[in-house]
Write a protein that binds this ligand. Sequence first.
Ligand code: ASP
Length: 600
Amino acid sequence: MKPFGSLRTHGAGTLRPSDDGTDVVLAGWVARRRDHGGVAFLDLRDASGSVQVVADAGEGEADEVLAAAHGVRSEWVVSVRGRVRTRPEGMANPALATGEVEVAASELEVLSVAQTPPFPIEGRVEADEHLRLAHRYLDLRRPGVGEAIRTRARITSVMREVMERNGFLDVETPMLTRSTPEGARDFLVPSRLQRGEFYALPQSPQLFKQLLMVAGLERYYQIVRCFRDEDLRADRQPEFTQLDIEASFITAEDLYGLVEELIVELWSEVLDVELSAPFARMTYAEAMARYGTDAPDCRFDLRLVDLGEVFRGTEVGIFRGALDAGGSVVGWRLPGGGELTRKQFDDWVEFAKRRGAKGLAWGVVEAGEGGGAPTLRSPLAKFMADDEVTALLAATGAGVGDALFFGAGPTRSTQQLMGALRVAAAKAHGFVPEDRWAFTWVLEAPLVEWNDDEGRWDPVHHPFTSPTEDSLATLEQAPGAALAQAYDLVLNGTELGGGSIRIHRRDVQERVFALLGIGEAEAREKFGFLLDGLSYGAPPHGGIAFGLDRIAMLMAGAGSLRDVIAFPKTQSGQDPLTGAPAAVDDAQLREVGLRRLPPS
Ligand code: ASP
């Protein structure tokens, strides 16, 4: 295949035995060299792969080539003219796509020399990440690292194909804008022309995409950078990319269909995996009750079981206390867990305590004496009536040899603890199939949740999410019970994206602002442009956004988001390559009306 650019005729990685006898000009990097004096081998690497180049002793020109080959070093950029030949019997290299051929060089020209790289480009050497990022251009030159970036490009290309086929328009929205509340802190940009005022970098294009619906564009998408200044958590990037989607005159069902078409095509085109749609669906309430999280890992079953009924009359103190306080008792069965050692059980108790739980109870189901009913071996067992044990085993499906874990306390935190245990213990004990893609929609999250610290209702998604019709009627009376017309798409326990049907009526938006404690003046000041837009004929609309970095990471089989971003930041938000963030001089600050505070 002819590569782009007239400095060469072929891509190094594309040569095959069918090219035998072809004269080629290649250009690329010296990946490896083996110099035997009378003959030198160079592996020449370009974006298409690599091929072995041979410089043999001979006469005249050949000797010049050999002399040049003696002089080159790894990572120099060279151009090679030569002829493709099939390698002699037994000399093929099956590890290389071009391993059956080599190029006999007749000319070798050095285009660029290189210092010795700070870490090897070839081979699987694990270099320190800071060093890799500081020389990201070398890191990306490493074949596996570059591959993830190519996979990402393939993903965005399929995304565009599917969106455009469905009539969606790619529309750009501003980067210098006002705050969009997605629950994170804004990155601010001081304005020089309007001193003392600031732009915010978008946390998402949410309000603009809604206004595009008011504008009548009907179908919008964008692969767009978003910015959220969040506290350092493992594997987050302060700037990240979303596939952002919005459409008018749709129901949630329409979006599920579109998204499933997109995901099925992505997996098929990029990974050659045929998924089956429609994807599973569950409500948020089901997700919490069965998996203890709004992002359930459905690759394996082993669900949580609410034991409130089983222990309604219990004398087990911790269960009694939790139930009397309006909380829950939640159980989880580990098949074959009877084999665990005391130390292993203690470790799971520690796991629970590290997550702030007071404790974690457990028991093992054992065969009853003389073939009688199975019994529970547990410190709690002596407080349990026989019929309670029977009901417990029926409710959890536990049989002889299984272990049971119990959490008790306030419902939400107990579900979350048991959900975390479910995933960690299932992973540790081999119940999570690594080769499954388990997609699930999680629907109808609550509209708002109570923020105890601030003493107010916070949106679970964002303030523009529509309540369900039923919830709207009782919004002010029972905010905590209100459900949102929201949906998240979850894959193997990770949220890939989320969205909602939006509020398209100004009066409803005003009611939701009021519920969130955003007074009229504040609503006018911050979101007046949205409210105005909604009062000029807004169509019913909804949308969704997907975290592109996360999707690319999962599809590329990468270990971190940083692996699928060409120039990522470290976990402390720094870029070792450019040194960003960096100090600016006082003159620059003065221009934008800022003064440095003395260090605190
Ligand atoms: N704007 C939302 C987000 O960034 C997604 C959406 O509601 O479409 O999470």
